[in-house]
Ligand binder design. Structure first.
Ligand code: GDD
Ligand code: MN
Length: 395
């Protein structure tokens, strides 16, 4: 059989590359690398890991979210040349933190590291980290950033203040003093990870913070400094939403046991919809009255109300798609289908709202309480039904 056609290298090649047999022994260290559009960096990283780790028993697991640039294919090609390279390919999902969690869960090694796939993290400190954690007196080694080109020199005051504030919050939350709790480069014992697993939020970027904050006992931490390199290929996926995702993580850690953070996000977006509604209603009504005069005001109010409802529902839909469901955002044709189902769900919710509020008002005559009860029931209805019909989990 000509196995080269499938990209497989022969056992002779493996034997030559692997005289000690380290490839075939179970890994002591699993390096989890979340990737999105890193096809040009992935081969460089594997090469760098080979050079840095020598005959340590390691493996690397790329967790790719179906990158359009074919990163998963690239990683699979490398896996066919070297059994230490593995791939977890996720479909219709996004999220750095959840990718790391699933990668760690796909391995058996007693030590796991998380590392970016863009060559910004210095792989040569991995051996130091491993040596440190092997001693057995700590749970976690954090690669702490020294930004290339000298500290945080090119960050403006506001950004430095924000970063310090975020770090302070993080340390309060984790009850451990990690110098760089936002680092994406760290190594921990499997036992420590398993302890945190049930409490993980898995939202956003801050997986280290999530793990440290979810640990039932404060983690014992060491830090190894490294210089953060600049990116050669591709671009950062951190966008304007990181702040929001960070807030979600903090909220989930604080209140997640009481109410799901997605619901909080959904309710906040709903609140913004009320503002949108009144704004659109006022503007449309003013225009209609200016054009057609005030003779038939009730009719123009009804038109304004209908337009405002449609605009507010649409605004809620798009905001939820970006903020509440950032990990399973609808795109293309599914976006419009989602918009339709969302409007239908909210339409039914509106009837429920009016029905319940009216029923309560007739019975008790408390205007505000009746209205709020109607809104509460509708919010829960809209949230649960849209999670089934609009943003249904496909995998
Ligand atoms: N699977 C998956 N899914 N991987 C992702 C996703 C995603 O949705 N988003 C980003 N990644 C991968 C990238 O491909 C890269 O390998 C790694 O996660 C880090 O993403 P970058 O976009 O390069 O992040 P960064 O360099 O701006 O931020 C890094 O530094 C921050 C501290 O300054 C990350 O390590 C952050 O976690 C860290 O807080
Ligand atoms: Mn990066």
């Amino acid at each position: 059989m000509d196995s080269s056609q499938q990209g497989l290298v022969s056992s002779a090649v493996i034997a030559e590359r692997d005289p000690g047999g380290a490839f075939r022994l179970p890994a002591e260290l699993s390096i989890i690398v979340p990737t999105f559009n890193e096809s040009r960096n992935v081969p460089l990283l594997v090469e760098a890991l080979r050079a840095a780790l020598g005959d340590t028993r390691w493996e690397v697991v790329f967790v790719d979210d179906n990158s359009p640039d074919g990163t998963a294919d690239q990683a699979r090609a490398l896996a066919l040349e070297d059994p230490r390279v593995r791939v977890v390919h996720r479909f219709d999902r996004r999220g750095l933190a959840s990718a790391c969690v699933e990668g760690i869960l796909a391995t058996a090694a007693p030590y796991v590291a998380v590392m970016d796939g863009d060559m910004q993290h210095d792989e040569t400190i991995l051996l130091d980290m491993l040596a440190r954690i092997r001693r057995g007196d700590i749970d976690l080694v954090v690669g702490s950033r020294y930004v290339e080109g000298g500290g945080m020199g090119d960050w403006n005051k506001c950004r430095i203040a924000m970063s310090e504030f975020a770090t302070m919050l993080a340390n309060k939350l984790t009850k451990t003093a990690i110098g760089d709790p936002m680092s994406g480069f760290f190594m921990l014992t499997r036992a420590a990870f398993m302890g945190s697993l049930p409490g993980l939020s898995s939202v956003g970027f801050k997986i280290l913070l999530d793990i440290a904050a979810s640990s039932p006992t404060p983690l014992r931490v060491a830090e190894v400094p490294f210089t953060f390199r600049t990116r050669q290929h591709g671009e950062s996926k951190l966008d304007g939403l990181v702040l929001w995702e960070y807030l979600q993580l903090l909220l989930d850690k604080a209140f997640g046991h009481v109410v799901p953070i997605r619901f909080v996000s959904f309710a906040l977006v709903g609140g913004s919809g009320v503002v949108v509604h009144f704004f659109v209603l006022t503007v449309v009504l003013q225009i209609l009255l200016a054009v057609f005069g005030t003779a038939d005001e009730a009719r123009w109010f009804a038109v304004g109300q209908a337009v405002a409802t449609l605009v507010a529902t649409s605004s809620n839909f798009f905001l939820n798609n970006i903020l509440t469901y950032s990990d399973q955002r609808l795109k293309g044709q599914r976006l419009w289908w989602g918009w339709l189902t969302f409007n239908l769900v909210c339409g039914v919710g509106l009837f429920a709202n009016v029905g319940i509020a009216r029923w309560l008002y007739q019975r008790h005559n408390y205007l505000i309480l009746s209205a709020l009860a109607g809104i509460a029931v509708t919010t829960v209805w809209n949230y649960s039904m849209s999670s089934i019909f609009t943003w249904r989990k496909r995998l």
